[in-house]
Design a protein around this ligand. Structure first.
Ligand code: ZN
Length: 384
């Protein structure tokens, strides 16, 4: 009954724009209508294709300067129909990345306008703490902080609410603290494992805090301060990250024994495997040499690359697996060594963590500095 409505709306839209020229047409989420034609598995979408065809026709119909500018936005430029990107249609592509520190500060200033901030709150400090946040994340962050402030019956948003809101946006809702038990001790060792290795490896991001207060799915958390906007990551940084992520399991293993290791490391291991695999297949950082063996994943579903095939033979696949294992095993050995060599330091940190629930990065580093034993591997120089 309604077939053709989309196309006729597009026609009307352009007619209106021409009547009102000079004029800007803004199409948000253009991938909804502008997906690659004929890529739909199990039959195309006729209505959508007609709409897209109409749009293409209208965009071609410009004679000289009609005073209309078309801007479209999408998160998925990879799935757009190639005809849309041809010269004469969308000529310019502007990539809007997540904002840098200056961008974040300006976005925060906009969202802070209608909120009451305490004098102690510096938007610049928030901007510095939130690399990788998008504009929407930052808006959400300030909203969460405002909600917390109201719930705590305070007059204005203080640093405390901001901190809690950042944690909440990144890791989920805060749970109730665990009661003292064997499993709390185990979680404490797990987190101290992450934090200690993160602190001892020169190439690891510094610890921001370690906490035993559960949040989201996690029973305990170690927060690291990512270096501001680092675009390129070196091989030793990747290895340090893998070793750090294995620190939790390594601590469980060394302290409680192989039979007592827990499912708590599941998420860590997923990250570890992903990073190691990318080192081998995408970044050419293994004995297989500088080869790109897999394209970036995640564009398979109905995108242009719906015919994705692996770009290597089965014998290479086996060698990839071996290389991934080698990297992970090497890092795990290092992690276990560090835990073995710092047993008394680990015990002291765990006691303190159980007592205080949260240790902040500076205090953590101070205690580590009093004890440190150098790990016996040459490629990793300890920080302290
Ligand atoms: Zn962990």
């Amino acid at each position: 009954m309604f077939v053709g409505v989309g196309a006729s709306r597009v026609r009307d839209l352009f007619k209106k724009a021409k009547d009102n020229a000079p004029c800007i047409i803004l199409i948000d989420e253009i991938d909804a209508g502008g997906r690659q034609r004929g890529a739909g598995i199990g039959g195309g979408n006729d209505e959508r294709e007609q709409t897209l065809n109409q749009l293409l026709t209208e965009m071609d119909g410009f004679e000289g300067n009609t005073g209309i500018i078309i801007i479209a936005a999408t998160n998925r430029p990879d799935v757009l129909d190639s005809a849309l990107l041809r010269p004469g249609r969308f000529d310019r592509q502007v990539t809007v990345d997540t904002p840098d520190i200056k961008g974040r500060l300006e976005i925060l200033e906009v969202h802070a306008r209608n909120k009451k901030l305490d004098q102690s709150v510096s938007l610049e400090a928030i901007a510095r703490r939130t690399p990788g946040f998008s504009g929407a994340d930052l808006a959400n962050l300030l909203n969460e902080a405002a909600i917390l402030t109201a719930r705590r019956r305070k007059e204005a948003i203080t640093l405390l609410e901001i901190d809690d809101a950042v944690d909440r946006v990144v890791a989920g809702m805060e749970g109730t603290p665990l009661v003292d038990s064997k499993s709390k001790r185990l979680i404490a060792y797990h987190e101290v494992g992450h934090a200690l290795i993160g602190t001892l490896l020169k190439d690891h991001d510094p610890v921001q805090k370690v906490t035993l207060i559960p949040r989201g799915q996690a029973q305990g958390l170690t927060w690291f301060m990512p270096n501001e906007e680092q675009g390129l990551i070196t091989r030793s940084q990747l290895k340090a990250r893998i070793t750090g992520a294995l620190g939790g399991r390594a601590a469980e293993d060394i302290i409680f024994g192989a039979a007592e290791v827990t499912t708590g490391a599941g998420n860590d291991l997923q990250q570890v495997t992903g990073m190691a695999r990318q080192m081998v297949t995408r970044f050419g950082m293994s004995e297989l040499g500088p080869l790109s063996l897999e394209s970036q994943q995640g564009e398979v579903f109905l995108g242009r690359d719906w015919t994705t095939r692996s770009e290597y033979s089965e014998s290479i696949a086996a060698r990839i697996d071996t290389q991934v294992r080698t990297i992970v095993e090497e890092c795990y050995d290092l992690a276990k060594n560090i835990m073995k060599q710092n047993r008394s330091l680990t015990d002291r940190l765990v006691d303190l963590l159980i007592e205080k629930e949260t240790i902040d990065g500076n205090e953590f580093r101070q205690i580590v500095a009093e004890y440190t034993v150098v790990p016996d591997k040459t490629q990793f120089v300890p920080q302290l």
